[in-house]
Design a protein around this ligand. Structure first.
Ligand SMILES: [Zn+2]
Ligand SMILES: [Zn+2]
Length: 334
């Protein structure tokens, strides 16, 4: 049991401010394995085992059988029960939330593995009190990596080839256009994902009770960004984008069911309905951009056009390059 801010060991302490960083904490922030922790009366040290889903004693306020005094959970100290140790006593902890303690790279690897293969576990291990900053950071890292593979690598390769064939040393201005498009695409993608999270929580609330608030829904879904990493594979990322999206939807359903303790049907409804709506909007946008780009570029290579006009033409012809990039090149000219 460690401080969620600074990782300070909190066993054998009465809940208050963390001695190291001053962050307030309570036993309700943690999940103990069944029977793995014991809670001591502040007066007589009589030990009580945890008996609810979070491994805490119920009721929280009762008369001590040892000293007959009224005691509350918030006055007690916790120790690992005999036979369990400090590390085994806690339920699975969310690896991304432990990154200060276990290291960022290890936390990223563990979170990604769970996101791909064990999303329900990842969803159910979200701490009770959370902000969306940490899950948002994970999602931005995954999506940036994906877009970098889709845009940055091909653009760099194309720029190097262009420089080598033209004999020039100046990087053409048109090389920056897809990079700008990639940055805008990333911001748009993140905005779409947050909209998706909001719609999913709304649908979840419309279909019944949820264990936690919107932050848990949003966090559970943001941590499902790992399948997007496959889109970072240079040159073939766009071909696996559909598979990544399908994979992401499946893990999102499992993670949401785990995080909010709802049925798979409700989680599937909450995840899929807004996804289909957003996919339809994005698909319509790309088809529009694709047809506009093909019409406007009209066979003139963007890099041979004068700078301002060339940038505009390159922009529209490269709009589909963010996601169905290579598909545009595969389509026959109208
Ligand atoms: Zn602390
Ligand atoms: Zn007592």
């Amino acid at each position: 049991m460690r401080c969620q801010t600074c990782d300070y060991e909190l066993w054998n302490l009465i809940p208050a401010a963390c001695p190291e960083c001053g962050t307030g904490w309570s036993f309700e922030q943690f999940r103990f394995r069944a029977g793995a922790a014991q809670f001591l009366c502040p007066h007589c040290e009589h030990a009580y085992g945890g008996n609810d889903a979070a491994g805490l004693p119920t009721p929280r306020h009762f008369t001590c059988v040892g000293c007959q005094q009224e005691i509350m959970l918030s006055q007690m100290r916790a120790l690992p029960a005999p036979g369990s140790n400090r590390d085994d006593a806690m339920e699975d902890r969310h690896p991304w939330m432990q990154r200060a303690r276990i290291g960022r790279w290890r936390a990223f690897r563990q979170t990604t593995k769970q996101s791909l293969l064990y999303p329900a576990k990842l969803g159910s291990s979200l701490p009770a009190n959370l902000t969306i900053t940490a899950p948002l950071l994970y999602s931005v890292i995954c999506n940036t990596t994906a877009l970098a593979g889709c845009v940055l690598v091909p653009v760099t390769v194309m720029t190097i080839i262009e420089l080598a064939t033209s004999g020039s040393t100046a990087v053409p201005m048109t090389s920056y256009v897809p990079l700008l498009g990639g940055a805008l695409g990333l911001a748009l993608l993140q905005l779409l994902i947050l909209t998706w999270c909001g719609c999913a929580h709304l649908l979840l609330r419309m279909t019944g009770e949820t264990r936690h608030g919107w932050r848990h829904t949003t966090s559970a879904l943001l941590f499902c960004s790992a399948p997007m990493l496959f889109a970072a594979i240079p040159c073939c990322g766009v071909y696996v984008a559909a598979l990544s999206t399908a994979w992401m939807l499946v893990v999102a359903i499992c993670a949401l069911a785990g995080a909010q303790k709802v049925s798979a049907y409700r989680a599937a409804l909450a995840v899929l309905v807004p996804s289909l709506g957003l996919l339809a909007i994005v698909g319509a946008f790309f088809i529009l951009a694709l047809t506009t780009g093909v019409t406007l570029s009209g066979g003139t290579p963007a890099s041979t056009l004068p700078s301002a006009q060339g940038a505009a033409a390159a922009d529209v012809s490269l709009v589909p390059s963010d996601a169905p990039n290579s598909d545009s090149q595969l389509l026959p000219a109208p």
